[in-house]
Design a binder for this molecule. Sequence first.
Ligand code: FES
Length: 158
Amino acid sequence: MQRTVDGILDRYGNDEAELLAVLMDIQAEFNYLPRPALERVSERMGVSRSRINYMATFFSAFSLKERGKHICTVCMGTACHVRGAPMLVDEFERILDVKAGETTEDKQFTVETVNCVGACALGPLVIVDGEYYGNQKSAQIERLIKKVRKADAKEGAA
Ligand code: FES
């Protein structure tokens, strides 16, 4: 982990003005902000942990809680909710054996909910690793998860 964080810090030259960009890159790399990574940022940039923590908690895009390699987000805004989003959450929870907000034991998947991402016409909407899947039905969730696992297996075999 330290090597990855050092690589990110090297890109920004330990410039304190780039703290937000550094945190964004760390979040993109690990899907959350690991504590050792923040300690390294503090040490190398000479920024206090309280300042880093303030930024990490101020922006909702950041997570201090460990998340999986793949983020499955179900929109629970009104338009998606009335079109069956709760059933999609149930399906993710059933297949992955986690509750919304949790990460699978193998750290592969995190299931999250969000309130309206402004694509209501596509509802109910599922976002997997940033890719939007509109008009989803419960029966499609298993296929989505299989697709992600298959891509991982391909990546691992390459
Ligand atoms: S309610 Fe789901 S995108 Fe708006």
